[in-house]
Write a protein that binds this ligand. Structure first.
Ligand code: CP
Length: 341
């Protein structure tokens, strides 16, 4: 089981029990977000630095909201306003953060492995908010949470990930997480965007979009990572849309209950049509909403929420057994609220 003070560097190697524990915690925090006063004292006295060395909208705001909902002291830090722009090395920046006795560092960086390097040089908990093309574990967890919320147990479910697999940290975290929970994963995209030996990750590879989505319970559409392409990997956006874009016409070939996810930001008209992006089959903004509860669970778990204050103050609200078992509320079951939360 995850120890307070440990790191969340990726979903690779994480087992079903640990993942399910975080998803269940997120379910208990979700209830707080429905209240008129969306704040609990769970991380009072804890200091968290959000260090974003790469642009972000969803992840950064979501982490900050999650931390503030838990009453942590939050400091936001980005490359432009830091001494990195004056030539300071990342190693020295980390040493300085460490010297200020922070409890947790949430880090996003364009280079794979930076959170791992940071974890070796700090006693704070490190949470990876996306490192290059490697992993984006909290996006993976919120995607799992969204799928579990709609499908219940993910074991045996079929999830198809479509797009720029080679450059996608979201794809990798989804694959590790889904495989750990027993789901079947198919990846689909142009050959130029498919990593070598991707089958070794335990996924099926399909280059024909209609075959890839036919049996899917969920489709996760990836953003084309134009900024990570050295040279163009496809002739033009129209050609990509014709072969791999998710449109209403493509969705006619899926199971009727199959839903569409996208981590954002979207390239509308390239990997997803505006009709699908705004249509009844998508759950894209639901993913964003779920991201706050999932990141509350991550901050609680990794910033050591149980070690601060009294047990009662620190504990997250309890989830009724009816919801925790399936990931879906039973009709008519209202979440219970713990005292002090
Ligand atoms: N999904 C995601 O990571 O979005 P941001 O880049 O806006 O954080």
């Amino acid at each position: 089981m995850i120890q307070p003070g440990s790191h969340l560097l990726g979903l690779e190697g994480m087992g079903a029990r640990e993942i399910t524990h975080i998803l269940d915690l997120a379910m208990s925090f979700e209830e707080i977000l429905e209240r008129s006063v969306k704040k609990v004292p769970t991380l009072r006295g804890r200091t968290i630095v959000n260090a974003f060395f790469e642009p972000s909208t969803r992840t950064r705001v979501s982490f900050e909201l999650a931390q503030k909902r838990l009453s942590a002291d939050v400091v936001n830090f980005s490359t432009g306003g830091s001494s990195l722009s004056k030539g300071e090395t990342l190693r020295d920046t980390i040493a300085n953060l460490e010297a200020m006795k922070v409890d947790m560092i949430v880090v996003r960086h364009s280079m794979a492995g930076v959170p791992h390097m940071l974890a070796m040089h700090t006693s704070a908990s490190v949470v990876n908010a996306g490192d290059g093309s490697h992993e984006h574990p909290t996006q993976g967890l919120l995607d799992l949470y969204t799928m579990r919320g709609r499908l219940g147990d993910l074991a045996g479910r079929q999830v198809t990930i479509v797009g720029d697999i080679a450059h996608s940290r979201v794809a990798r975290s989804n694959i590790w997480g889904l495989r750990a929970l027993g789901a079947h994963v198919t990846v689909c995209g142009p050959r130029t965007m498919m990593p070598k030996r991707v089958e070794d990750l335990g996924v099926e590879v399909e280059y024909d979009l209609l075959r890839a989505i036919r049996k899917a319970d969920a489709i996760n559409v990836l953003r084309i990572q134009f900024e990570r392409h050295g040279t163009p990997n496809f002739p033009n956006a129209r050609e990509y849309m014709r072969l791999f874009g998710i449109t209403n016409e493509v969705l006619r070939h899926t199971k009727p209950e199959c839903f569409v996810m996208h981590p954002g930001p979207m390239n509308r008209g390239v990997e997803i049509s505006p009709e699908v992006a705004d249509g009844p089959r998508q759950v894209i903004l639901q993913q964003v909403t779920n991201g706050v509860a999932v990141r509350m669970a991550v901050c609680y778990q990794f910033a050591g929420g149980v070690t601060q204050g009294t047990e009662e103050e620190s504990a997250p609200p309890r989830v009724p057994a009816s919801r925790a078992a399936s990931g879906r509320p039973k009709p008519g079951s209202a979440p219970r609220v713990a005292a002090g939360a």
